[in-house]
Design a protein around this ligand. Sequence first.
Ligand SMILES: Nc1ncnc2c1ncn2[C@@H]1O[C@H](COP(=O)(O)OP(=O)(O)OP(=O)(O)O)[C@@H](O)[C@H]1O
Length: 251
Amino acid sequence: MSILTLKGVSQQFGGLRAVDDVDLAVEPGEIVGLIGPNGAGKTTLVNLVTGVYKPTSGSIEFDGQRIDGLKPYQISRLGVARTYQVVQPFPEMTVLENVMAPATFAAGAKSVAEARDEAMSAIEFLGLAPQKDVLAAELTLAGRKRLELAKSLAMKPKVLLLDEVNAGLNPAEIDVALEMIRAIAARGVTIILIEHLMKVVMNLCSRIVVLHHGAKIAEGLPLEITRDERVIKAYLGNRYAEANPGGKANG
Ligand SMILES: Nc1ncnc2c1ncn2[C@@H]1O[C@H](COP(=O)(O)OP(=O)(O)OP(=O)(O)O)[C@@H](O)[C@H]1O
C-alpha cells in the first residue's frame, strides 16, 4: 500500500491554479524527486501535504488515513515532516535546543530528558554533536541546513519532504548532504525531494515527478525523465540534454 496518495489535488490562489489536478502515489522507502521550473507548484504541493493549505479539491491520504483538512501539527504527529526552503532556526537558541523543540511538539516526547535524548540522537546521526551547544545564529549555511534536517528527523517521520536542502551549498557540502539523505532513507524514511540540482536528483531518486504550471507533466525513472521531450522543453532545456548524452532526447 502506498504511504502517501494524492488524488486529483488542486490548489487555487485567486485566479492562479498553483497545483492542478495532481495524482501521486508514493511507496514506502522510496526517494521521489519532485522537479519543475520556478513557480511550478512544488512548494505548494509540500504545503498541501503538510496541512499549511487545505486543497481546493482532491484528497490526500497518509498511511491509510485521510489527512487533507488536518492541521499541520496533527499531520506532523502522524509522521510527516518537512524542511523549509528558507531555513528558519531560532537564532538565539543552541543547536540542541532547536532540535528539542520538534522532539517535544511533533514527536510527543513526554519529558525534557526524553526530548533531549531524541534530539541528541538526531544530532549525532547527522554529525552535529560537536556543535550541539553552538547558537544557531553562528552556524554556516551548510550547518543551518544540517540543523534543519536534524529538526525534521527529531519528529521521527515516516515521510520526509525536503525542500531544496542543497540550495546555496558548495559541491563538497552537497556531497556530504547527499550521504546524509541516503542515510536517512536507509533508516526506512520515505523521502520526497524538491531539488533543482539534477546531479542530486539523478544520484538519489528512484523515481522523478515533474510539475509544470501546477500540473504533473511526467513521472518515471530518472533516465526516462531526462529523455522526455516535454520535460526538456519545460525544464531541463537542450543544454542539459546535450551535456548528458545518457539523457539526450532521441537517444
Ligand atoms: N500563498 C500564495 N498565494 C498566492 N499565490 C501563491 C501562494 N503560494 C504560491 N503562490 C504562487 O503559486 C505558484 C507556485 O508557487 P510554488 O512556490 O509552489 O512554486 P515552486 O515550484 O515551489 O517554485 P520555486 O522552484 O521557485 O520554489 C507561483 O506562481 C506562486 O507565485
